[in-house]
Design a protein around this ligand. Structure first.
Ligand code: AMP
Ligand code: MG
Length: 321
């Protein structure tokens, strides 16, 4: 449970905890991950316990070197290869057919495995020192807001992890984009830190997996996820009538709302920059959720570039993903 800064000796300590089957929360550029040795099914099972994550929701494996892909995947589609070479290290996860020995608990029994190399030096050093792929979902209870600081991790699951490495706030702030290669076709399973437009520039059109099609292929992508405990509504048009007796929060994209009736206001990006909005998204949501409000209203953001990932998280927070 101790929170320690990223130093050489703490990385060594974290790596030995992973090798011994423990759990380490560590920073990545997207959000903080809760990591375990991917080859150790018991250690991976603890991830599910601590997060209260359903076993049907597969884990993403974090690698330090591109070559590790070939230890885990039985086939690498040339387009996946192009994406990995272009965007790794970075917030892109690819889903490819797995080799037999990848534990079923990691893949939820699917014949595929999800892999990525994070763009965070401490994360890669941890993986290198642990000498194993690290299975790591976000370090938060299942369905709740993702952690973008070590404090978010400590507050939510601190008691149940062996070590939390504090590497400061995450630089991207939303989870990775997930692209699966299924029967020769690329599918976007989750919008994330690499915009779809950039992916399509590399490999041509990518089909966006609709929520109704997703469940057997990517079981974890539920319509409610990344949720605050406070009721959360995305505005479409004007503000609804506000009951002055209620404590209401507002999540704005760029400018504060005109109405003075809000108890707490958070602004994603005063300059209207979607990248900055993504970085701030979960921290703003954590603050709103901790402000004892009756309801939170959110303004939609433009649905382009990183705005697609932001709107996906907002819709899921509202249970409408
Ligand atoms: P996260 O909770 O951010 O770690 O992301 C994990 C998500 O990646 C899961 O909820 C799945 O939707 C997706 N995923 C992981 N492994 C696979 C896989 N083998 N096939 C399809 N989707 C996967
Ligand atoms: Mg998560």
């Amino acid at each position: 449970m101790p929170v320690v800064p990223v130093t050489d000796s703490n990385l060594q300590k974290a790596a030995s905890i992973i090798r011994e089957g423990g759990l380490v929360a560590f920073p990545t550029e997207t959000v903080y991950g809760l990591g375990a040795d991917a080859w150790n099914p018991e250690a991976c099972a603890r991830i599910f316990e601590v997060k209260n994550r359903p076993f049907f929701d597969p884990l993403i494996l974090h690698l330090a070197e591109y070559e590790m892909v070939f230890e885990l995947c039985s086939q690498v589609d040339p387009r996946a290869d192009r994406l990995m070479k272009k965007f790794w290290p970075g917030p892109l996860t690819v889903v490819l057919p797995k080799v037999e020995k990848v534990p079923d608990i990691v893949t939820a029994g699917l014949p595929t495995v999800a892999v990525r190399i994070p763009a965070h030096a401490a994360a890669r050093e941890l993986i290198r020192l642990a000498k194993t792929p690290i299975a790591a979902p976000s370090a938060n209870p299942f369905g709740r807001l993702s952690p973008t600081t070590a404090k978010h991790v400590e507050d939510q699951i601190g008691e149940n992890v062996d070590l939390i490495l504090d590497g400061g706030p995450c630089e991207v702030g939303v989870e990775s984009t997930i692209v699966a290669f299924i029967e020769d076709k690329p599918y976007l399973l989750r919008p994330g830190g690499i915009p779809l437009e950039e992916i399509e520039k590399e490999i041509g059109p990518v089909e966006i997996m609709k929520s109704s099609q997703r469940s057997p292929l990517s079981p974890g992508l539920l319509s409610r996820h990344y949720s605050p405990r406070t009721p959360f509504i995305i505005l479409s048009g004007d503000l609804p009538k506000i009951d002055p007796g209620k404590k209401i929060g507002f999540l704005a994209f760029q400018k504060p709302p005109k109405s003075g009736l809000f108890q707490t206001v958070e602004i994603l990006s005063p300059s209207g920059d979607l990248r900055e909005a993504a970085v701030n998204l979960f921290a703003c949501l954590h603050r709103l959720d901790n402000a004892n409000l009756d309801i939170i209203y959110a303004e939609p953001v433009p649905e382009e570039g990183l705005g697609r990932a932001i709107m996906d998280r907002l819709r899921k927070a509202a249970g409408k993903g």
